[in-house]
Write a new protein. Structure first.
Length: 461
C-alpha cells in the first residue's frame, strides 16, 4: 500500500491511498463467504457455492463492492498512522479507481486536530473578588436557619405576608380547566415567590373560605408558558412564629451549645463557600487569558456538529424536562433566534478551543491521571447525576466513556498548572494563593466541563 497526505488547511487533510489488488485477497475471500451465507443456488449446498458461480449469477461487481467496504477501514487506518495525523470524526471517502485484479485507489478527506503551540502563560494576571464575610452575611445565614425551625399556629384573620396559607387551585386556559390544572391542599408561604406570579396579591387579605381569581403565566405542566385564569380558595391561614435567637435555639438547630459558637461556624462556612467561588472565578478568568494567548483554528465540520449537539441537548433534554419549547424559552430569555444561534456558536468555539489547548498541554507536560483522582471525579459526577457511584460507574463502562472521564480530569490538571503559574490578586490588591487547595484539580475539572459542555471532541481512526 502507498499513501500520501495533503494539507488542505490547518484543520483538514486529504489522504491519497493506492492498494495493490493482492492486498484485497482477505477481504475478497470474506466477501465470497458472506454472499455464500446469504444466497441459494439450485444444485449447490448453502455456503458451498463456487466463486465463479457467484460471479456469474450475482456479478463480480457485487463481490468487489463488498470486499472494498470491508477493506477500506483497515487501509484508511494504516494511511492515518503512516501520515501521523490525529483525525476527528469520520472521513469523506471517494473511490478514484478500482481495477479488478490490478488496483484500488481512493482518497479520504478528514478533519484533524490542528498543531498548537502552547503560549507562555507565566505572565497571566487576573483579578478576583475578595473573600469578605460581613456581619450582615452571618445574620442572614442564621436567619435562614431560624426560618427552617419556625412553627405555625392557625389564626382567624385575613392572610398577610409571611403567613402560611392552605390553598385549593384551579387553572383554566381558554375557558377549559387543564387536566393537570387542579390542586387541593397546597401549602404556601405568602411572599416566598415559590408558586405563581400574582398569587401573593390575590391571597393577601383573604380569610379562610375566601376566593380570588387572577391571571398568571404557567411555569410548568401541559400548558407551560401560557397565560391561565387561576382561581384560588384559601382554606386555612396560619401565622409563622420564629424561635428566639438564643443559646437554646443554637442547641436545638445545631451541634453547638451557644449562639456565638453557631455564628462562628456560620462565618467559617461562608468563608469556605466564598473561597471556593473565588477559586472558580480565578480558574475561569485564567482560562480566558490562556485562550486569548493561543492561536487555535477550529474545524468547520466539528464546529457544526458541536453547535447541533448543544442545541439538541438544550431543546430535547433541559427544556423538555421543563415543558418548554425552544421558541418559548427564547421568548422568556428575551433573545432572538439570531442571538441564540450566535451565542451557541460562540460557546461551541470556546469549548472546542479549550479542549484542544488543554489536551496539548496535557501531552506537553506529560500529565497522568491517577486512580484516586479518577475515582474522586467519578464520585462527584455520580452525585451530580443523581446516581449511586456503582450505577454511574457501570453506565460509564457500558457506554465506553471511561476515556472521556480520564480526559476531563487530565484537562482539570492542565488548567490547575496554568492557574498555579498565574498571578491572582483580589479586589483589595492581596495576592491569592490557590496552590494549597486540596480540591484544586477537581474544581478545575468542573470549570473545564462548564466551558466544554457535554460533547467530547473524539478522535476516530
Amino acid at each position: 500500500m502507498k499513501s500520501a497526505v495533503e494539507t488542505l488547511n490547518p484543520t483538514r487533510v486529504r489522504l491519497t491511498v493506492e492498494v495493490p489488488f493482492e492486498e484485497l485477497k482477505d477481504s475478497l475471500d470474506a466477501a465470497y463467504k458472506k454472499i455464500n451465507q446469504q444466497v441459494t443456488v439450485k444444485g449447490f449446498r448453502k455456503g458451498k457455492i463456487p466463486a465463479r458461480v457467484i460471479d456469474q449469477r450475482f456479478g463480480r461487481g457485487a463481490v468487489l463492492e463488498e470486499a472494498v467496504n470491508d477493506a477500506l477501514p483497515k487501509f484508511y487506518t494504516e494511511a492515518v498512522n503512516e501520515a501521523e495525523v490525529n483525525p476527528l470524526g469520520q472521513p469523506e471517502v471517494d473511490i478514484k479507481e478500482l481495477k479488478d485484479g490490478e488496483l484500488l485507489a481512493f482518497t479520504a478527506e478528514v478533519d484533524i486536530r490542528p498543531a498548537i503551540e502552547i503560549p507562555d502563560y507565566s505572565g497571566i494576571e487576573v483579578e478576583v473578588d475578595a473573600v469578605e464575610v460581613t456581619d450582615e452575611d452571618i445574620e442572614k445565614s442564621v436567619e435562614q436557619l431560624r426560618e427552617r425551625f419556625a412553627s405555625t399556629n392557625p389564626v382567624e384573620r385575613a392572610a398577610a405576608e409571611g403567613d402560611v396559607v392552605t390553598l385549593d387551585l384551579t387553572a383554566e386556559v381558554d375557558g377549559e380547566v387543564l387536566p393537570d390544572g387542579v390542586a387541593d391542599g397546597v401549602s404556601y408561604t405568602i411572599g416566598s415567590g415559590e408558586l405563581l406570579d400574582g398569587i401573593d396579591a390575590a391571597v393577601t387579605g383573604l380569610e379562610a373560605g375566601g376566593e380570588a381569581t387572577f391571571t398568571s403565566q404557567l411555569k410548568g405542566g401541559s400548558a407551560a408558558g401560557k397565560d391561565a385564569q387561576v382561581t384560588v380558595k384559601v382554606t386555612a391561614v396560619a401565622a409563622r412564629e420564629l424561635p428566639e435567637l438564643d443559646d437554646e435555639f443554637a442547641q436545638m438547630a445545631s451541634e453547638f451549645d451557644t449562639l456565638d459558637e453557631l455564628k462562628a461556624d456560620s462565618r467559617k462556612r461562608l468563608e469556605n463557600m466564598k473561597q471556593f467561588d473565588q477559586a472558580t472565578q480565578a480558574q475561569e478568568r485564567v482560562l480566558e487569558k490562556f485562550l486569548e494567548l493561543a492561536e487555535i483554528p477550529v474545524p468547520e465540520k466539528l464546529l457544526e456538529d458541536e453547535v447541533n449537539t448543544r442545541k439538541h441537548n438544550l431543546e430535547h433534554h433541559q427544556l423538555g424536562q421543563m415543558g418548554l419549547s425552544l421558541e418559548k424559552y427564547l421568548e422568556l430569555q428575551g433573545k432572538t433566534v439570531e442571538e441564540f444561534e450566535a451565542e451557541t456558536k460562540e460557546q461551541a468555539v470556546k469549548g472546542i478551543k479549550t479542549q484542544f489547548l488543554l489536551d496539548e498541554l496535557v501531552s506537553k507536560e506529560e500529565l497522568n491521571v491517577e486512580q484516586d483522582e479518577l475515582t474522586e471525579h467519578l464520585f462527584r459526577r455520580a452525585a451530580s447525576s443523581g446516581m449511586s457511584p456503582d450505577q454511574f460507574a457501570q453506565a460509564v463502562v457500558q457506554g465506553g466513556q471511561v476515556p472521556m472521564l480520564v480526559g476531563e480530569v487530565a484537562r482539570g490538571k492542565a488548567l490547575a498548572v496554568v492557574v498555579e503559574a498565574a498571578k491572582v490578586v483580589d479586589t483589595n490588591g492581596e495576592v491569592v494563593d490557590l496552590s494549597d487547595d486540596e480540591d484544586e484539580v477537581e474544581a478545575a475539572a468542573e470549570t473545564v466541563e462548564a466551558v466544554t459542555g457535554e460533547a467530547e471532541v473524539a478522535e476516530e481512526k
